[in-house]
Design a protein around this ligand. Structure first.
Ligand SMILES: [Zn+2]
Length: 354
């Protein structure tokens, strides 16, 4: 049965996306308050959330309907967050289903293009910018308008994109792209398009062919090991549905058990793709302000990076009065530490001007 798919994308379209800034006018007071206190307490941001030693992310490509229900179960059973890179043709056909999944919160949905074309130089429309805008930007507008997804990240269909695609990606303010090169990423990717850079993040395919006579189990165990001190992205496709790199439900369960065991014994952060991007991008683009006023300590992480909603807490470490302290705080908020307890100060903060 072929379902009718509405095309929402050409409504109210402007070529450039609106720019999101997390610093609002109402935050002016906060900025003014911070301005004279660049990190007087020598507070540092942990390399990974919760002082973990590396990151593991699971991305299931395409947003196939049956698979998404299996992922829901798997993610609940194992209490593991996951990311689905969905094409709009798949998502639009089951929009209420996706609204439910997003509301549940375990699984996030990210942009995997409108129609899943292989957008390399061999594509029939490889030099037609409007086609790329439709595939990449209109897909993003769909996700924003229909599902409230505001984070600008992209997963390339067929692991490919050409220079024109990259132009559309950067013009559109997208801040992280997973392609399909094999390997792990560092915890501080650079802004470029070579494998491991922000616009070409690497992954391993769940059904990749093992080399050197290894079993798949050994191969996966080896890439889990490589996540220590790095950011590992596993690329999944369908679960219990035939197709490229499909796995059975049982195999998925077994591998998730292995991930959990490994992450627990090696202190790794299992994170949605966008949360990992948020953590690492915020860390790179934050100015730390901290100071002491009478017996209270103040700290704010000011990040003006655009393209992401800064909803991911950041882990800070500090040595106050000889005691090592760790807190998780949101960017662009002012916090006050008193008697080792940290509280968020509202934007009407009106403490002593210094
Ligand atoms: Zn795909």
């Amino acid at each position: 049965m072929k379902s009718v798919i509405l095309d929402y994308s050409f409504q109210n379209l402007s070529k450039k996306n609106p720019v999101h800034r997390d610093i609002k006018k109402t935050d002016a007071l906060l900025l003014k308050k911070c301005a004279n206190h660049v990190n007087e307490l020598a507070i540092s941001i942990a390399q990974v959330f919760d002082n973990k030693s590396g990151i593991i992310t699971i991305i299931s490509d395409d947003g196939e309907y049956v698979t998404s229900n299996k992922l829901r179960l798997l993610s609940k059973e194992h209490n593991i967050p996951m990311t689905v890179a969905g094409t709009i043709i798949n998502v639009a056909a089951n929009i209420d289903h996706w609204k439910t999944i997003i509301e549940e919160g375990n699984i996030e949905l990210v942009n995997h293009s409108y129609n899943h074309y292989r957008m390399d130089d061999d594509w029939k429309y490889a030099s037609d910018e409007d086609r790329y805008i439709h595939e990449i930007i209109h897909a993003e507008i769909f996700l924003r308008n229909q599902l409230g997804i505001n984070d600008k990240v992209f997963v390339c269909p067929e692991n490919a994109i050409n220079n024109l695609g990259y132009k559309v990606i950067t013009d559109g303010g997208i801040v992280a792209v997973r392609r399909g090169e094999r390997g792990v990423n560092s915890l501080s990717p650079t802004d470029g398009t070579t494998p491991g850079d922000w616009f070409n993040l690497k992954c391993y395919g769940i059904m990749d062919q093992p080399k050197y006579l290894k079993t798949r189990k050994e191969m996966r165990a080896q890439w889990l090991k490589s996540s220590i001190g790095n950011w590992l992205i596993e690329m999944w496709h369908n679960v219990d549905v035939d197709g490229y790199q499909s796995i059975s439900y049982r195999e998925a369960q077994n591998h998730l058990d292995e991930i959990l065991n490994f992450a627990n014994s090696n202190n790794l952060w299992i994170s949605k793709f966008t949360d990992a991007v948020k953590y690492l991008r915020t860390k790179e683009n934050t100015v730390i302000y901290s100071w002491k006023e009478e017996h209270k300590y103040y700290v704010a992480l000011i990040c003006k990076f655009e393209g992401l909603e800064l909803t991911q807490e950041m882990t800070i470490n500090c040595l106050l009065e000889g005691v090592q302290l760790t807190y998780n705080i949101l960017p662009n908020k002012l916090y006050c530490i008193e008697n080792r307890r940290i509280v968020k100060v509202d934007n009407n903060y009106s403490g002593n001007e210094v």
